[in-house]
Each structure stands twice: as C-alpha cells, then as structure tokens.
Design a protein around this ligand. Structure first.
Ligand SMILES: NC(=O)c1ccc[n+]([C@@H]2O[C@H](COP(=O)([O-])OP(=O)(O)OC[C@H]3O[C@@H](n4cnc5c(N)ncnc54)[C@H](OP(=O)(O)O)[C@@H]3O)[C@@H](O)[C@H]2O)c1
Length: 245
C-alpha cells in the first residue's frame, strides 16, 4: 500500500470530493482524519472507510483548525476541499460584489489556515509531507458564469508557489490537482445535470471526465513516495479539458 504509516487530514471530508480523497487514502493504508461541518456526513464516510477520526471543525476559524490539528499525533497529508460559497450562473456585470469576492476570501482564508497547520506538523516531525490543492488554473467557460470561483483557484495557485518555495527545505510538498470538473458531484436533483455533464465531457479531448475514483488515485500518487519529486507542481486530471503550458 502506498500510504502506509501516513496520517492524512481531509477538510470537507463529508463532501463529494473530500469523500473521494478519504476513500482513496484509506484504501492505501493511511490513517484518515475527517474534518468538516456536519458530523453525520463525516461519520457516514468514517464508518465506511474505518477513519481514524471524524471531527466538526470550522475550517474558516483559526482556533478551530489549530485546536483540531494540535490534538493530532501527526499530519503527513493535508487536503482542503470545503466549498467556497461561490455564486455561479450570474454574469459578472450583474453580480453583487460580496457574492463575487466570497469564494476568493473563503478559499484563501481556509487554505491559509489548514496549510499552516499542516506545515507546522510536517516541519516538526521532519519526515516530509504533502499539501494538496484541488481546482487549479482554468479558462473562462464559454456560455457559463463561474462568478469569483476561478479567481479563488488562481489565488490558491499563487499560495502553492509561495509555500512550496518557503518550506521545501523542510520537506513540505505542495501539489495542485488541476480539474476540469467531476460530473459525479452534480446532484441528481439538479435540473440541468444531464446537460452540464454533456458540456463538461464535450470540453475534454478524451470525451470523458475524471471520476471520483480517478481524482482519488491521482491524490494518492501525489501524496505518496511515488510523487516525492513533485512540489510547486500541478497534476492535470482534466482529461484534456485544460491544456498545460
Ligand atoms: N465537484 C467538482 O467537480 C469540483 C471541480 C472543481 C473544484 N471543486 C471544488 O472542490 C470543493 C469541494 O467540492 P464538492 O463537490 O466536494 O462539494 P461538497 O460535496 O459540497 O463538499 C464540501 C464539504 O465542505 C464542508 N464545509 C463547508 N464549509 C466548511 C467549513 N467552514 N468548515 C468545514 N467544512 C466545511 C461541507 O460541509 P456541509 O455539507 O456540512 O456544509 C461539505 O461537506 C469545492 O471547493 C469546489 O469548488 C469541485
């Protein structure tokens, strides 16, 4: 198994993407700590994968994040996939400034807090570790308004570069999974689910999108010793929807 003896924290672990990371990490032998807002959602994933812990943590509150992290024996892998309160579907010229800025503020704030908590652990134990980001640089979508979400992801990319540079010497690796969207996350109840899935598939070169299992596998690779050469880097999991420079 690729992640034996590694301790992973997944913020937003009761959600679709967080659950996928948690399942993949557990499958590869990691001790997984789920953190999030609703205990029942976290416990559902925890009982399925035999998680080491499931805790209510407000990932926007420094005291909550630090208290949770300080109580853990160690952190080797940290990934934050809480949602960012973004408003989609409204053209920029019709948008409220607070709605536009909320995802930017939320993404930067929460990732700052959880990166900081993980980096302190990794620096302390000295064995190296990985901080993963999910989203990455993207292109404006034709015919669909993403609000401030892409700006938020671009800000996280800037944080990835800076943290990698500052803490590489301590074995802290920072890697982004660059996604073109995972249709399995679209709620079946969403009226336009089929159409949105088709448009995501049409944007790819491979004619299919990443599955939750695909992104879990990519995260395992990035966080394992197989990815030990990677930092300040991205893994493109977009099936060709996004083209690397
Ligand atoms: N799905 C995709 O295709 C895709 C593509 C690109 C990027 N992303 C990004 O990936 C992230 C996760 O997406 P998802 O589809 O997995 O969303 P999701 O299913 O809604 O999961 C997000 C989880 O974050 C938790 N959360 C929200 N605020 C929190 C806070 N302050 N503290 C702790 N936990 C909090 C939520 O808890 P509650 O349920 O209790 O509210 C929820 O369980 C989002 O940031 C999204 O923008 C997703």
């Amino acid at each position: 198994m690729l992640l034996e003896n590694k301790h992973a924290v997944v913020y937003g672990g009761g959600g679709a993407i967080g659950g996928a990371f948690a399942r993949a990490f557990a499958r590869e032998g990691a001790r997984v700590h789920l953190a999030g807002r609703t205990l029942s959602k976290l416990e559902a994933v925890a009982s399925e994968i035999g998680a080491a812990g499931a805790a209510v943590v407000d990932a926007l509150d420094p005291r909550s994040v630090d208290a949770h992290a300080d109580a853990l024996e160690r952190i080797d892998i940290s990934v934050n996939v809480i949602n960012h309160g973004d408003v989609q579907g409204t053209p920029m010229d019709e948008m409220d400034v607070e709605d536009y800025l909320r995802p930017v503020d939320t993404a930067v704030r929460t990732n700052f807090l959880t990166m900081r908590a993980a980096a302190r652990h990794i620096k302390r134990h000295g064995d190296g570790g990985t901080i993963l980001l999910f989203g990455g640089s993207g292109l404006p979508l034709r015919g669909y308004s993403l609000g401030g979400l892409q700006v938020a992801f671009e800000a996280l990319e800037s944080m990835r570069r800076q943290l990698s540079m500052e803490l590489g010497a301590y074995g802290v690796r920072v890697v982004t999974l660059r996604t073109g969207g995972v249709p399995e996350c679209i709620p079946a109840s969403f009226a336009g689910a089929e159409q949105l899935t088709k448009s995501l598939e049409d944007m790819t070169m491979l004619g299919r999108c990443a599955t939750l299992e695909d992104i879990g596998n990519a995260a395992v690779f990035a966080a394992s010793d197989w990815g030990r050469t990677m930092t300040a880097a991205t893994i493109n999991v977009s099936c060709g929807a996004l083209i690397d420079d």
